[in-house]
Design a protein around this ligand. Structure first.
Ligand SMILES: Cc1cc2nc3c(=O)[nH]c(=O)nc-3n(C[C@H](O)[C@H](O)[C@H](O)COP(=O)(O)OP(=O)(O)OC[C@H]3O[C@@H](n4cnc5c(N)ncnc54)[C@H](O)[C@@H]3O)c2cc1C
Length: 407
């Protein structure tokens, strides 16, 4: 059977556009579709962790993000009430900086990069279903503004269509390590609220965050456990102020600023999905999603795009077995993702830290090096597996005990 494209990518944000860009740069024929018209916003806060920034630099796109005017952010603070942990992440590939562009800005840069690389881009096109033959996905059915159904064929159809992925549903992608929604959060933007770096304020059952972006705007978020969702939704604004009042000094500063956008909110299910099968693949949230309490979805979407495009290049160009190449993609994605998945889903319960964790946080707080290491976990540059390794914990506790004796 002849195919028009090597790959059709459904969804053109953090996962789909880089996947299309990388495949097109490798010389493959790519069609990239999204039902949105860009620039387009989406439900997400804004943090691109240092590993994601490193990916943007590798791809030659970092300058465009920096030029959009969002500030470089090197300081992260996690305020647990009795202990406040502030530091700068350990660098990856020489980068310790996060950026926080609006998603309408970032996603448009990524889409343009895919187009510049030679991918054919169609916006405002809805993918309605898959074409199959002998149990293999062979293409898509879609329609654009004129409502006319169009079919397109490819060697592989890639679902980069987010956490409500239809591609994953249509192919019946098996999921594993599933966990329910843990928390539900809202965010909005304030003008005239300068903040120094990225701040998360954690109180039992409540999370607050402040993330500066360009244009003198700061995103302020808050989250509650999912069990309290009906009460949370009953009066979002009143609950926002009630939650902020748990950190009175910050609440006072927010009250002095001007809210400029409505509240938007959401909560996510946590899962891994098998990211490939005959003629299909999944990248980004379509294949792996975790609570944004650890802001890693964008960076992970970038990493998944590189892994998936690399595996497909081996198949298209080198004739490597599709199953072997894609099994490697799944294995590396899962090995890298599982430790932070467990950490994020634990944090997302918003439960008060147990006594041994409070003791650890207190010990971390006695050393700048330990604080830098801890914020690195949240910033995505140190794996929780490395930070929480027994010998590392023992080293931190011993260091804190020695500091207490000396001081
Ligand atoms: C509240 C919240 C806050 C977050 N904060 C952060 C953060 O600060 N940092 C971070 O790294 N991550 C964050 N995340 C996670 C991050 O937003 C996601 O991981 C990331 O957007 C995933 O990108 P994606 O390309 O996989 O999917 P998406 O961004 O969901 O994009 C999917 C695209 O597919 C398109 N699409 C879907 N179905 C079809 C169809 N049938 N036909 C055509 N097009 C289709 C959609 O229009 C959409 O444009 C947050 C998530 C939430 C919910």
């Amino acid at each position: 059977m002849t195919t028009t494209y090597d790959a059709i990518v459904v969804g053109a944000r953090c996962a789909g556009s880089p996947t299309a860009m990388l495949l097109a740069r490798q010389g493959h024929r790519v069609l990239l579709l999204d039902r949105a018209r860009f620039p387009s916003d989406t439900l997400s806060t804004l943090i691109i962790q240092p590993p994601g920034v490193a990916a943007l630099r590798r791809w030659g796109l970092l300058d465009r993000v920096v030029a959009s005017g969002c500030p470089p952010l090197r300081s992260w603070t996690l305020d647990f009430g009795d202990v406040k942990l502030s530091g700068t992440p350990r660098p990856v590939a020489g980068i310790d900086t996060a950026y926080t562009p609006r998603r309408s800005v970032l996603d448009a840069i990524l889409l343009d990069a895919a187009r510049d690389a030679g991918a054919e881009v169609r916006e405002h096109v809805n993918v309605d279903g898959l074409l199959t033959s002998d149990g293999r996905v062979t293409g898509i059915r879609c329609h654009g503004e004129d409502g006319r159904t169009v079919t397109e064929r490819a060697r592989v159809v890639i679902g980069a269509d987010g956490r409500t992925s239809h591609v994953a549903k249509w192919v019946g992608a098996p999921s594993y390590h599933e966990k329910p929604r843990m928390q539900y959060g809202y965010y909005t933007f304030f003008r005239g609220l300068p903040v120094d770096g990225i701040t998360f304020i954690i109180r039992p059952g409540r999370a607050i965050g402040a993330i500066p972006t360009g244009d003198d705007l700061t995103l302020v978020l808050f989250g509650w456990p999912i069990a309290e969702l009906p009460e949370l939704k009953s009066d979002v604004e009143a609950n926002f102020w009630r939650t902020l009042d748990l950190a009175p000094a910050f609440a006072e500063r927010v009250r002095a600023a001007t809210r400029v956008e409505p509240f938007v909110g959401g909560g996510v299910w946590n899962y891994f999905r098998k990211p490939y099968g005959p003629g299909w693949a999944l990248v980004g949230d379509a294949g792996y999603n975790k609570d944004p309490v650890v802001p890693k979805g964008i960076s992970d979407a970038f990493a998944g795009a590189e892994l998936c495009a690399g595996a497909l290049d081996e198949y298209f160009r080198d004739g490597r077995s599709y199953d072997a190449a894609m099994a490697d993609y799944q294995r590396v994605r899962d090995e890298r993702g599982l430790p932070i998945y467990e950490f994020a889903t634990q944090m997302a319960t918003l439960d008060a830290p147990p006594p041994e964790m409070r003791r650890l946080f207190a010990a971390v707080g006695s050393s700048q090096a330990a604080m830098d290491d801890f914020v690195s976990v949240v910033a995505g540059t140190v794996s929780p597996a490395e930070f929480f390794a027994p010998d590392n914990i023992a080293r931190i506790m011993a260091g804190a005990a020695a500091a207490a004796m000396a001081g």
